[in-house]
Design a protein around this ligand. Sequence first.
Ligand code: C5P
Length: 224
Amino acid sequence: MKKINIAIDGFSGCGKSSTAKEVAKRLAYKFIDSGAMYRAVTLYILQNKVDIKDEAQVLSALDAISIDFRHNPQTGKSETFLNDVYVEEEIRKMYVSEFVSPVAAIKAVRMAMVAQQQEMGKDRGVVMDGRDIASVVFPDAELKIFMNASDEARAKRRQAELGEKGEEASLEEIVKNFRERDLQDSTREESPLIQVPEAIVIDTSDLEFEEQVNKVLTLAKEQI
Ligand code: C5P
């Protein structure tokens, strides 16, 4: 059977990663959460007090960073490792969310991440979610999805996710973070978040998770 690449872009908290992960599982494809890579770089920068305005410091940080995703056979999930250290939970915390967009706007950071992402998808059979997947990482992806959802729907989902991990955040705080990131991500100079003309839009505000997954799977199967 022919293998394709599936690009899922969109605003923060629309369910891109959870949908992409499930679609990949059902197609036996590789799932790559590109946001986790920008989050891991951000964590490194915060932990090592790298001055993001100093290009030399950013470049040497990038040289020192190795990010990989490892499958956990116990949970069946893919987990993020930064320099061989498990960071899957740490990178999802609010203090990282609050600093990730300025880091992701740095050209050198994007060039390094995009090169790794393109390498991961070169044999196809990848579902990758992010902001610039259809426009920059895989402009030749056979299926391009753009996800959107209301502020209320995405904040409630994110609050529940954080709550499961024992982190409390108010809906207002979450919406504020989404809006700030969306604005920075869509207005930055380097590969901003855009909806490419050929993308198929899915609004997940009123969709059950299973419906989201099935919509993408149906579209994928038309291409396979
Ligand atoms: O997907 P997630 O919300 O975890 O992404 C965190 C941040 O990483 C985004 O707000 C954005 O600044 C950045 N990002 C990006 N390009 C991608 C994926 C994420 O700039 N492809």
